[in-house]
Design a protein around this ligand. Structure first.
Ligand code: HEC
Length: 156
């Protein structure tokens, strides 16, 4: 192969390789999850003051439907969310073991403060304390994946 062609191929490989967003390795993912669970996300021991009953759960589902579904889907498991896989880090399923291992207090902390610098926003200023606790209830009782269909904003 002639040198200029070889150089062009090499350049292309470097450029393409450099632009590709490679998924984090298992080790990196593990470190990030560990750090969040043990250091970043606080408020481990606070209990949910809202009793688990049909009314509070319905309130949580309703609030979740307004403020969370654009990113997490109606079921909290990314159903119908077009960019779920392309975000970095990818959107977690809220039913996954890593998310469910948080205590109620930690889930509330995540809602209060968001997770910086990812796209997970804080909702302290837009939702009341009761709404956020009711959402924590809903997160503990998510429906089966796909059972609620897609968020209306994405269906055409
Ligand atoms: C603009 C998109 C967006 C909205 C709106 C949003 N989230 Fe998230 N959420 C994310 C992203 C991105 C992550 C991944 C964050 C990470 O792993 O660092 C995430 C992660 C989470 C996590 C798991 C955190 C972890 O450590 O794995 C929970 C719980 C969560 N969101 C709940 C909610 C709830 C409840 C709402 C509504 C009040 C909501 N989110 C609204 C984008 C969003």
């Amino acid at each position: 192969m002639r040198a200029p062609i070889r150089f062009a191929l090499l350049l292309a490989a470097v450029l393409l390789g450099g632009c590709r967003v490679s998924p984090p390795s298992k080790f990196e993912t593990h470190v990030v999850v560990f750090t969040k669970h043990h250091i970043t996300v606080r408020n481990k021991s606070q209990r949910n003051p809202m009793a688990m009953n049909a009314q509070n759960l319905a309130a949580g589902k309703e609030a979740f439907g307004h403020y969370c579904t654009a990113c997490h889907g109606l079921d909290g498991q990314n159903t119908g969310v077009p960019f779920a896989e392309t975000l970095s880090p990818p959107l977690p399923s809220l039913a996954s073991a890593d998310v469910q291992r948080y205590t109620d207090g930690q889930l509330k902390w995540i809602l209060d403060n968001g997770i910086s610098p990812s796209g997970m926003p804080a909702s302290k200023t837009i939702l009341s304390d009761d709404e956020r606790w009711s959402i924590v209830l809903y997160l503990r009782h998510l429906p089966p994946a796909g059972s609620l269909g897609e968020p209306a904003i994405y269906s055409h």
